[in-house]
Design a protein around this ligand. Structure first.
Ligand SMILES: NC(=O)C1=CN([C@@H]2O[C@H](COP(=O)(O)OP(=O)(O)OC[C@H]3O[C@@H](n4cnc5c(N)ncnc54)[C@H](OP(=O)(O)O)[C@@H]3O)[C@@H](O)[C@H]2O)C=CC1
Ligand SMILES: O=C(O)C1=NCCCC1
Length: 346
């Protein structure tokens, strides 16, 4: 059926091609696109059904199917003037015991398929672990800007970042947030302290590329010490019970909730949810995947970006980045566009 073999983009190529400004810009477009209350015709739009999943209980595994279409979006830092549309399908698995294998594998393994939007033919296969990591951090960066940095004048100076969980997601969030925002201190906690120490070393070696070059990095043996001065927190563990409680955090804190064990809201205690304003990446995701969380959802971040809903000034915020097909689509699209551009210059 395919006239040509699909292009194949490897993880190493994805890492070489992605940049934080491009991922930020693309994530902002994607978060706006799923917002139903359109405020202008130039706004991107998208379709993204709830993602079905199958659970492999005896193997501690989950597999998700994430299909999305986004049109009328722009990525100036990738191709100035071009209006993009992307049809993508990501298949992603989460096998929690992969790290314990004789030959350890990542917990998350993903592949993104990109289709021609005129004919429906498969055009490109992108290895999807890098895409998943960068796009999750991209969404949290957009959430952090709109829900925290834009909140009030007090939020404009250098800030303290707390990272709970120093695996793939914790690492990429620490790098992305410190690259795009003024972060003066990064505090790290991981269940096994060795991984936090490894990440500290890596972040120190990258500090020259961060917005605040003199960033100080600390590791902690417990969550309370890690988050006590934090203005922005990322929870990125597979914990199945709460690790973050209300009495541990500052009044005005912003939390990006990423970890998604079987229950998507297990890392944060219910009292902290109820005494914060809760935002999601999409209503579709929130209504299905946070159904068992007994706390009202305030809005989608897209509604704040498009100003169809206002943000309260002084509040504690939680952004639940549940994961969206259209953020995978736009980040895989960056990789494909830059890969083909590079290939055509040789
Ligand atoms: N929202 C989204 O879009 C996405 C969410 N995720 C979710 O993010 C989480 C992290 O994924 P990823 O970084 O790829 O995985 P990694 O395996 O790289 O990291 C997992 C982290 O969780 C920690 N951990 C595991 N069990 C516990 C526990 N019981 N209590 C505290 N910490 C624990 C590990 O600590 P240790 O080093 O000690 O084992 C490690 O720091 C997962 O829940 C995953 O499903 C992933 C991708 C996208
Ligand atoms: O959106 C994703 O990708 C994932 N979300 C939940 C956990 C697995 C990966």
């Amino acid at each position: 059926m395919c006239e040509n073999r699909p292009t194949f983009i490897t993880e190493a190529q994805v890492e070489e091609l992605l940049t934080w400004p491009a991922v930020y810009e693309a994530s902002e477009q994607a978060l706006q696109s799923i917002c139903e209350k359109r405020t202008s015709d130039s706004q991107p739009s998208a379709k993204q059904p709830p993602r079905p999943f199958v659970e492999l209980e005896r193997r501690n595994g989950l597999a998700f199917s994430m299909l999305g279409y986004i049109e009328n979006y722009r990525m100036q830092s990738v191709d100035q003037g071009k209006v993009f549309d992307t049809l993508a399908h990501k298949i992603v698995t989460a096998f929690t015991k992969n790290g314990q294998l004789a030959k350890p594998l990542p917990v998350i393994i993903a592949t993104v398929f990109l289709f021609d939007t005129m004919t429906g033919q498969l055009k490109t296969i992108v290895e999807g672990n890098g895409v998943t990591a960068w796009r999750t951090a991209g969404s949290c960066m957009v959430g952090t800007k709109y829900l925290y940095f834009d909140r009030n004048e007090k939020c404009k100076s250098d800030k303290v970042l707390g990272i709970l969980g120093c695996g793939v997601q914790g690492r990429i969030h620490a790098i992305g947030i410190s690259t795009m925002f003024p972060i003066s201190e990064i505090h790290l906690w991981n269940r096994s302290v060795a991984k936090a120490a490894e990440l500290k070393k890596e972040l120190e070696s990258l500090a020259g590329t961060f917005k605040s070059k003199h960033v100080k990095i600390f590791i902690h043996e417990n969550v309370r010490d890690c988050v006590k001065t934090a203005d922005i927190i990322v929870t990125a563990t597979q914990s199945t019970s709460p690790i973050l409680f209300e009495d541990m955090v500052k009044e005005n804190v912003h939390i990006n909730a990423v970890g998604a064990s079987k229950d998507h809201h297990s890392e944060i205690d219910l009292k902290l949810y109820r005494n914060s304003k809760l935002y999601v990446d999409s209503w579709t995701g929130g209504k299905t995947e946070l159904k068992s969380l007994d706390c009202p959802i305030e809005a989608e971040v897209g509604e704040i970006i498009t100003k169809s809903k206002a943000l309260t000034q002084n509040q504690r915020t939680i952004f639940h980045s549940l994961g969206m097909a259209v953020t995978d689509a736009v980040v895989a699209q960056i990789a494909e566009t830059l890969y083909l551009k590079k290939k055509s210059t040789f």
